[in-house]
Each structure stands twice: as C-alpha cells, then as structure tokens.
Write a protein that binds this ligand. Structure first.
Ligand code: LFR
Length: 469
C-alpha cells in the first residue's frame, strides 16, 4: 500500500487540496478538492475570508476520508506577508487584511525615519514592497495602538490555519522572513528592530523550520473529519515551496509564474550588497536555510485583471491568441509600477500609462493583452540583466515553473526576448514542493537533492529555444 501526503495550497485566486504519493519511483498527484479564494471589503479594508478558507480545508479533508488509511500527513502553504493578531484568549483581534489593501501607503517612509533603508536591508535582506508585514504592522501601531497592545499572538495566514487545525501556535521560517522582521543571518526575529518600531516582540512565536511536525488535528476536528493526520510544516510560503521543486537550480534562473512572477536564483547565503539593494532584490528564507535571491514582478495578475475587466468574455487562451494576432502593437508599460498593484480598472491604467509616456494607446483586447505580455517579458529581461550584473556571469537557462508555465506563447516570448533556453514545468510546482518536504519529514525522501531528482523524473519539462516559434 502506498502512503500519501496532502498539500493544501492556497493562492490568491484559488485553493487546492492535492494528494501526493510515490508510485514506481515517480511522484503522482491527485487533485481532491478545489475552491475559490478572493478578497472582500470588510468595513474599510480589503480582506481574505479566512474562516471560509478554513471551512474549505475541512470540506476537502472530509473528501479524503476514503483514502484515509493511506494518508499520513498534511502541509499548508499560502501567499506571504499577511497575518492575523490574536488576544490572550486566542480570539481574532484583526481581520486577515489583504496585502493589496492601500492601508500601507506612506508607511515605508515612516519606518525609514526609525531605521534607514540601508540598515534594514543589511539586517533582513528583504526587498522593499510597500505591503510587507513590517509596514502593515506599523500602520496598526500608528492607527490602532491599543489593538496592537492587546495582541499576544502574531500568526501569518498558514500559521493561523495550522493553529485552527492543531491548536499549536508557531511561526514558520520561510514565511516569517517575508515580514522583513527576521535577521537574515541569525534567522531569528530581529527583536531590536521590532522594539525600535514600538511593537511588542512578545507576540511573535518561536520560528520553526520546514519539515517540523507541528502536531495533530485537534480532538474535536478528528471527530468531525473522521480521521487524524500529522500536520507538518512545508515551506509555508508558496514561493518557498515552489522553488523546492525547481529540478535543476545550478546556473539556472527560475521564474515562479502565477499571480506574481518571482524571478531569481537559489543561494546558500544572503546577498545584501548595495547593487542588490538598488535593484530591490530579496533574500527570502528557503528550505534548508537556502535563500531565494529574487525579484517580485507584477505577473499574471495583470492579465487576470484585464480578463475580469472584459467581464470574462475571453478566456486566457483567447487573450493569448488575440495578443499573437496584434503583432504590430509595441507599447510597453513598467509592470513594477505600484499603480498596477490594485488599480480600479487595469485596462484604463495601462492605457493611461501608455498615453502619459507618449506611446500608442492599446484599444483592442488583443493589443491590451500583447502590451501586458510584452511588458512582462521586458521586465524579466531587465531583472535578468540585474542578476547577471550582480553575479558577474551569464546564465544560459531559465526554468519557468507554476501555472504560468502552461502559457506556451509567453514561454517562447521569454526565449526570444532573452536569447536563453527556457525550460517549462513543473506546472504544480507549489503543491509538489509542499509534498516532497512532507516526504522528507516522513523519511520517504532523504533530502532536497533526491526530491529534485524525483521531480525531474516524474514531470515532463518542455524546452523552448530562441527564434523557433
Ligand atoms: C506569491 C507570493 C509572493 C509574495 C506575494 C505576496 O504567491 O507569495 O512570493 O511576495 O505572493 O504575499
């Protein structure tokens, strides 16, 4: 009988419950349940529906009941930076406010008055994004000091879901690093920095690394679900899990392609040099204390929003095909501009940007889509130039992983724009990374090298060369 592990992988637009198991030396995946994720306005803030997400996990687990005997563990990963605060009775003090909420506007400048940008980067190695946890917490400190005072627990989204499952409160390492409050070298909460900001360091929990067994389902949940599993920490930051499943990291630039495009390389040490700061590259904590030296690029979010603005009358595949037909259209926007983080209307924002920069304004859906894809490829190229400049070497391969790797035209466009070979896959990178870390914890895999070989042998990786479209 094969044993299986369950990955709960929740992204910005959907969540999935996937079973992973070994069969004839290959990793197999079965999707058990899929559910929607979205933000809603609660009072003044844009929030995640955290209770609905937890209920969906329970529904999915009940569907696993027939496979129960074979299952041994479960791991949860989600996007990063967002959190909730609990009071001394473990009751929620805050909603799970979403990082695209504009509440952090202006907070970066306030924080830099307390600690310089350079010092913050030197200590944490984390990129400057206005939505990082540090700026969200500083907003709370300024706006609701009493609330922050009452908080006794800081839990990031997967930490909170794990707490609901097990009753155990802890902060997982890979996700904790995205707060910009963890020292990149000691890998511990930077208590001095936290205190300087006027935030109570006591509300942060012990930082536990991936592969740690957190606990088991709470008694009442075992009754409801009908069985129990070991709850194991994968890299609970989805990008951390995704990069575990990059088949070959040496001399390769990866792009984890989903709502965001995360472009970078894996290191065994953080790079906090001035050039990295200027280019705004991050050193996020990874599996086995490796570091993801990468940059956030706005990603498929832009085309998701474009599709939504066209009232979903075109599928993604149709937008890709229409873009291909609009061959002569050439305008490009800077996808890294914060104006594209959550505009009221993405199409209008793109048009406005083109007009303001003296470029031709896109009008047809094909032109808008072409503008988005070309702009993404342009931004990838710029990030690659920065990586090569910092490393003082040329990389020859780009590995696109995640759902976006299914976009064949974008893969070819990346190959054509960069002149490098593009490898596409695995598509289910995040769930795979989540599952293989559980398998390491369960003794089914020895370590990350073996896990990466397993990925290489289990999933088809497609190749694209420049000029072969
Ligand atoms: C991708 C991701 C990125 C993070 C962004 C916000 O899903 O986790 O790594 O920067 O979402 O949390």
């Amino acid at each position: 009988m094969t044993t299986g592990s369950i990955a709960v992988d929740i992204g910005a637009s959907s969540g999935r419950i996937i079973k992973g198991y070994l069969e004839e030396n290959q990793l197999k995946l079965d999707e058990i349940y899929r559910f929607e994720n979205k933000v809603v306005k609660k009072g003044a803030y844009v929030c995640w529906e955290i209770d609905t997400l937890f209920a969906a996990i329970i529904t999915g687990l009940k569907r696993c009941a027939k496979e129960e005997g074979e299952l041994i563990s479960i791991g949860i990963d989600t996007w990063a930076v967002d959190f909730v605060l609990l009071d001394e009775n473990d009751q929620l003090l805050t909603d799970a406010v979403a990082y695209r909420d504009p509440r952090t506007d202006g907070m970066m400048a306030d924080v830099f008055e307390i600690i310089s940008k350079e010092r913050l980067y030197l200590e944490t190695g984390i990129q400057f994004q206005k939505f990082n946890t540090i700026y969200q917490l500083y907003y709370l400190k300024k706006t609701y000091p009493d609330l922050l005072h009452k908080a006794t627990s800081f839990l990031m989204i997967p930490d909170y879901l794990n707490f609901l499952l097990t009753g155990v409160k802890a902060n997982e390492y890979t996700n904790a690093t995205t707060t910009q409050l963890v020292n990149a070298f000691t890998k511990k909460w930077d208590t001095e920095l936290i205190e300087k900001l006027g935030i109570n360091p006591e509300m942060f929990h012990e930082i536990l690394p991936p592969k740690t067994k957190l606990g088991n389902f709470k008694k009442e949940l075992v009754g409801e679900i009908g069985f129990d599993l070991d709850v194991i920490l994968p890299a609970t930051h989805d990008t951390g899990s995704a990069v575990v499943s990059v088949p070959e990291v040496s001399d390769t630039i990866y792009i984890s392609s989903g709502t965001w495009s995360l472009i970078g390389v894996e290191n065994t040490f953080p790079i906090c040099v001035p050039k990295a700061l200027d280019a705004n590259f991050t050193n996020e904590g990874g599996m086995d204390y490796r570091y993801r030296f990468l940059k956030n690029i706005m990603g498929l979010w832009m085309i998701q929003e474009v599709k939504r603005q066209y009232n979903n009358q075109y599928s993604f595949a149709e937008l890709v095909a229409l873009a291909h037909e609009a061959q002569t259209f050439q305008s490009i926007v800077n996808v890294d501009d914060d104006r594209f983080l959550k505009p009221d209307n993405m199409i209008e924002e793109i048009k406005k940007y083109c007009a303001e920069t003296g470029q031709v304004t896109p009008s047809s859906p094909g032109e808008v889509a072409k503008c988005v894809f070309d702009s993404l490829a342009d931004s990838y190229q710029k990030a690659i130039n920065q990586i090569e400049e910092i490393y003082e070497k040329e990389f020859h391969t780009i590995n696109v992983i995640g759902g976006g790797s299914l976009n064949e035209r974008l893969n070819q466009l990346i190959a054509d724009t960069t002149g490098k070979e593009v490898l596409a896959g695995p598509v289910e990178a995040t769930a795979i990374g989540n599952i293989v870390v559980q398998m390491m914890a369960n003794g089914e895999l020895e370590g990350i090298e073996q896990a990466r070989n397993l990925v290489k042998n289990s999933f088809g990786i497609k190749k694209y060369k420049a000029g072969t479209a």
